[in-house]
Ligand binder design. Structure first.
Ligand code: GLP
Length: 260
């Protein structure tokens, strides 16, 4: 796990976009794992800017979202399918048919989850997975207690997550209780995982998953077992890390050819 502490969200967006740009230039048909939430927005803004200003090309790329609410009507502006479309894929030239998400409106959710796993596999697996982290350490919607080996499935949100996400809805009563999410095992199959966390409200979760034990109570801690996990944090999100100085020293002295 590599922890990179940067001054703010803009610098995080630029560095993450560098890694994604390097990937799509090396492998134009790259498979990108896409995340919702506020944390990845600076990455999408920077990629959209590079597409617009520099012609960064996503025409052969594919995108797979992490998760989706269950029970929102199709086309609901806060459904993750719509959020990903609005915040990223409509702003670059990924073909709409190459953008996938778990289907939270399927009559048979279990079958839809299996189909989603199969679709990721058929695409060759995720090359680079963007992640945020919840205040309780969840990634995707893998709430505390999620099996570290889990695959795409239905989950029930804990109240804190519903509260955290209520800002996107008119009222907390509109936030669904159920979701479908890639499992931790699914996320661990991605070749490179890039997690972004900003703000003091994430400091405890960052401390727990980076430096605490690997345990289902903090789902993101499973990333300690990933061979290529990059954690991009701002100063506030890094403020509880014990080894912050070591991470800074390591990154400052990293040979440039290594990339992220
Ligand atoms: C939601 C999403 C997660 C995201 C989390 C944090 O729960 N399912 O993928 O990481 O929110 O969001 P934010 O980045 O807005 O804090």
């Amino acid at each position: 796990m590599e922890v990179v502490i940067l001054p703010g969200a803009h610098q995080i967006g630029v560095l993450a976009a560098d890694a994604i740009e390097a990937l799509v230039r090396r492998k134009p048909h790259a498979v990108l794992g896409l995340a919702t939430g506020s944390s990845p927005l600076p990455i999408y803004d920077e990629l959209a800017r590079r597409h617009e200003a520099e012609g960064l090309d996503f025409s052969q790329a594919q995108g797979f979202s992490l998760d989706e609410y269950v029970g929102l009507e199709p086309g609901h502006p806060e459904s993750y399918r719509e959020v990903i479309r609005r915040e990223f894929t409509d702003r670059v030239n990924i073909a709409p048919e190459n953008v996938h998400g778990p289907n939270g409106a399927a009559p048979d959710l279990e079958a839809a989850c299996q189909e989603y796993e199969d679709a990721i596999k058929a695409a060759g697996g995720v090359d680079l997975q963007i992640l945020g982290v919840g205040t309780d350490g969840h990634i995707g919607f893998n709430e505390p207690g999620s099996s570290l080996a889990s695959r795409t499935r239905i989950k029930t949100l804990i109240e804190q997550t519903r509260k955290d996400n209520a800002r996107f809805f008119d009222s907390i009563d509109d936030v669904p209780h159920h979701v479908v999410t890639q499992g931790l095992g699914t996320i661990m199959d991605a070749r490179h995982v890039l997690l972004v966390a900003t703000g003091a409200q994430k400091a405890q979760a960052v401390r727990d998953f980076v430096e605490g034990p690997v345990a289902a109570i903090c789902a993101a801690s499973v990333l300690q077992l990933h061979p290529h996990a990059t954690i991009l944090v701002d100063e506030a999100a890094a403020s509880s890390l014990k080894l912050a100085d070591y991470y800074r020293h390591t990154y400052d002295n990293k040979p440039e050819w290594q990339g992220l």
